[in-house]
Write a protein that binds this ligand. Structure first.
Ligand code: ADP
Ligand code: MG
Length: 236
């Protein structure tokens, strides 16, 4: 579904992505794990042309992705950015509706809104509340809900668990599994390597802009080198 080849990004003198190859098949959760500064956000921003690439190709559904964000959304990709970027002075419901701004199918939009409320009952309870008054976890739910409102086939999630309390982290990862069950494909980037790999089909390890390892998530999670570097386990 998504095919990335030899992707490179430079920020001035910083070579932030170096020859990245990634494949995401329809129906999968693919997790990219990597520490702070590895290039995870850069990767998602490069897919969506939020940052300029210096080399490489991104194909989605066998077509080269256009550079205009509206066209990318129309093709079926939705990005839930790091830091969430919700509209603090709009209600929860209006924030969700912003996600559907390119759509005209009113009946289906209403159905998707109900599905989002089904996935996130907290958002239903707070639908008339200003988004700026939500807790961090609720804001993450809102950002994910808004991402679903464009009815994407592929969702790009940038560190959805960042800064959340452990219980909420579990909730967010359970919700990601439920989103997969809604026939969505998910590309997830995370510092929480254990959680990200435990829900994924396939995993990649990104270090300083380079993919250093890829494989079945169930195997990566057992890999001693990954365990030591990312899962807080010492070699014995
Ligand atoms: N807008 C920018 N200008 C210059 N350097 C940047 C910019 N954004 C990110 N970087 C650098 O690129 C590298 C990768 O950053 P980023 O993609 O944000 O990593 P991650 O999301 O994995 O924490 C880091 O060294 C970071 O400092
Ligand atoms: Mg980041």
């Amino acid at each position: 579904m998504l095919k990335i080849r030899d992707l490179n990004v430079h920020y001035g003198g910083i070579h932030a992505l170096r020859g990245v190859d990634i494949d995401v098949e329809a129906g999968q959760i693919v997790s990219i794990i990597g520490s702070n500064g590895a290039g995870k956000s850069t990767l998602l921003n490069a897919i969506c042309s939020v940052v300029k690439t210096s080399k490489g190709t991104v194909e989605f559904k066998n077509k080269t992705l256009p550079k205009q964000i509206n066209k990318i959304v129309e093709m079926g990709i939705s990005q839930v950015p790091e830091g969430r970027l919700i509209f603090a002075n709009l209600t929860v419901k209006d924030n969700l509706m912003m996600g559907a701004y390119l759509r005209k199918d009113k009946i289906q939009i209403q159905k998707d809104l109900e599905n989002v409320y089904g996935l996130f009952p907290r958002l239903l309870e707070r639908k008339e509340q200003m988004a700026g008054t939500l807790s961090g976890g609720e804001q993450q739910m809102l950002a994910m809900g808004r991402g679903l409102m464009s009815d994407p086939d592929l969702i790009l999630l940038d560190e959805p668990s960042l800064g959340l309390a452990p219980l909420l982290v579990n909730t967010i990862f359970e919700i990601i599994l439920n989103i997969k069950k809604m026939n969505k494909t998910i590309l997830l980037v995370e510092q929480n390597a254990y959680k990200a790999l435990s829900i994924a089909d396939v995993g990649y390890v990104l270090e300083q802009g380079t993919i250093v390892k890829k494989g079945l998530a169930s195997e990566l999670i057992k890999d001693p080198v990954i365990q030591e570097a990312y899962l807080g386990k010492k070699k014995v």
